[in-house]
Design a protein around this ligand. Structure first.
Ligand code: AR6
Length: 167
């Protein structure tokens, strides 16, 4: 089941929330900063043991002081105009998160709008890619994930997801 909410992803009691991180996995601004603040310093300590993450890939940690049990950190592409495999890399983020969630037998996952903040990915294209990728994954793979929430922070993303989910 796919749903959309508007609000702060750090408040959600799901099996895992997804972090839009950078390749260092050592924190940053945006949703990454909010997740590290809410989870507490133990999250950064675990992230230090992971030795970073490549763009388009994902890694799982505990959720510590978050209501979510786990955080799946993924690294979206920086938008450089669209000719540097940005769409493929963004699709890969959504796919890798769902693969890792499936490996850990997780049921409920909340995604932020990966790459659409500081990394500058056009929001409408990112929304289309996110929905297409999770729908394809859910129909083609055997997965434990039965509930996917798109946690939109800004109004523009919230409206886009509401519109596109209705179709
Ligand atoms: N809950 C849900 N969504 C949020 C929250 C929140 N608490 N805060 C912001 N957003 P961004 P990126 C939305 O910039 O573009 C970091 O410094 C925001 O409105 O967080 O992937 C990392 O360390 C936007 O729609 O991530 C990287 O260096 C979405 O989250 C870099 O930013 C993603 O915006 C990653 O850039």
């Amino acid at each position: 089941m796919l749903s959309v909410i508007q609000g702060d992803i750090t408040k959600l009691s799901v099996d895992a929330i997804v972090n839009a991180a950078n390749t260092s996995l050592l924190g940053g601004g945006g949703v990454d900063g909010a997740i590290h603040r809410a989870a507490g310093p133990e999250l950064l300590a675990e992230c230090r043991t992971l030795h970073g993450c490549q763009t388009g890939d994902a890694k799982l940690t505990g959720g510590y002081r978050l209501p979510a049990r786990f955080v799946i950190h993924t690294v979206g592409p920086v938008w450089h105009g669209g000719k540097n495999r940005e769409p493929e890399l963004l699709a890969s983020c959504y796919r890798r998160v769902l693969e890792i969630a499936t490996q850990h037998n997780l049921n409920s996952i909340a995604f932020p709008n990966i790459s659409t903040g500081i990394y500058g990915f056009p929001k409408e294209l990112a929304c289309t890619i996110a929905l297409e990728t999770v729908r394809t994954f859910s129909s083609q793979q055997k997965t434990s994930v039965s509930e996917i929430i798109f946690a939109c922070f800004d109004e523009e993303n919230y409206r886009l997801y509401q519109q596109k989910l209705a179709n």
